[in-house]
Design a protein around this ligand. Structure first.
Ligand SMILES: N[C@@H](CCC(=O)N[C@@H](CS)C(=O)NCC(=O)O)C(=O)O
Length: 223
C-alpha cells in the first residue's frame, strides 16, 4: 500500500501527488495538519526525520524529498515520464534541477512573502520578493524558449520535468506573479491543468487554497 503524506497547500507535496496520479497509482493521500505540527510528531519523524511534507510509505519503504519520491514512483512503475535511457534521463534531470534550483529557488520566496507570510502574520521580506522576481525574468525565458521548440519542456513527450515545474507554479496567480509575458508557458500550464491526472487531484489551486485555509489548514512554513 502506498501512502503519500502531504499538505494540500504544499507545492512539493502537490508534485508527488500529481506524479502518483499521472501514473494512475492506487494510493492514499494523507493530509497532515501543519498548523498542529503533525509533521513534527514522533510517528511522522520515523517516516521523515526532517519533519516536512511530502513523505512516502510504500509498503514500509520510506522516502522524503519530493523529487526523489517522484523519480522513485516513475522508476518503480516503468513510466516514460522518467526515461531509462541514460541521455534521455539526463535531460529530464537537467530540467528538473533547473526548475527546482533556479526557478523554484526564486519563485518560492516570492510566494512565501506575498502569500503565506501575510497569512501567517509573519514579517514580509520585500527584498526577497524584488530579487526573486528579477531572477525569474532571466529564468522564465529559457523555459519559454524550450516550449517554443516543442510541446513539453524536454521534448514533444511529457516528462517528469513538466510535472515538477507545473506543481511549483501552482500558486503563481495567488501570489500575483504575472506569467502573461510567456504565452507558451501559459498555454502549456493551461493544457496540463485540463488533463485528468490534474483534475482528479483538485479543480483549481486558488479555490483549493481558499477552501483549505477556511477549513483551518496552515500556510506552509516554506522550504
Ligand atoms: N525540498 C523539500 C521541501 C519540503 C518542504 O519544505 N515542505 C514544507 C511544506 S512546502 C513543510 O513541510 N513545512 C513544514 C515545516 O517545515 O515544519 C521537498 O521538495 O520535498
Amino acid at each position: 500500500m502506498l501512502t503519500i503524506y502531504g499538505s494540500d497547500l504544499s507545492g512539493p507535496a502537490i508534485k508527488a501527488r500529481l506524479t502518483a496520479s499521472f501514473l494512475g497509482l492506487d494510493y492514499t493521500w494523507r493530509h497532515l495538519n501543519l498548523r498542529e505540527r503533525e509533521q513534527k510528531s514522533e510517528w511522522f519523524l520515523k517516516i521523515n526525520p526532517v519533519g516536512k511534507v511530502p513523505a512516502m510509505d510504500d509498503d514500509g519503504f520510506y522516502l522524503f524529498e519530493s523529487n526523489a519520491i517522484c523519480k522513485y514512483l516513475c522508476d518503480k512503475h516503468g513510466s516514460s515520464l522518467y526515461p531509462k535511457d541514460t541521455k534521455a534521463r539526463a535531460l529530464v534531470d537537467q530540467w528538473i534541477d533547473y526548475a527546482t534550483l533556479h526557478i523554484g529557488a526564486n519563485f518560492i520566496p516570492v510566494v512565501f512573502n506575498r502569500l503565506f507570510a501575510p497569512l501567517r502574520g509573519l514579517p514580509v521580506n520585500d527584498k526577497a520578493i524584488t530579487d526573486g522576481l528579477e531572477f525569474l525574468k532571466q529564468y522564465f525565458p529559457v523555459i519559454e524558449n524550450q516550449l517554443a521548440r516543442h510541446e513539453y519542456i524536454v521534448a514533444d513527450e511529457i516528462s517528469l520535468a513538466d510535472i515538477v515545474l507545473m506543481a511549483l507554479l501552482e500558486p503563481a496567480e495567488m501570489a500575483r506573479i504575472d506569467l502573461s509575458a510567456y504565452p507558451k508557458l501559459t498555454a502549456w500550464r493551461a493544457g496540463l491543468k485540463k488533463r485528468s491526472f490534474y483534475t482528479s487531484c483538485y479543480k483549481e489551486y486558488g479555490e483549493m487554497l481558499k477552501a483549505s485555509l477556511k477549513a483551518g489548514a496552515q500556510a506552509p512554513a516554506t522550504h
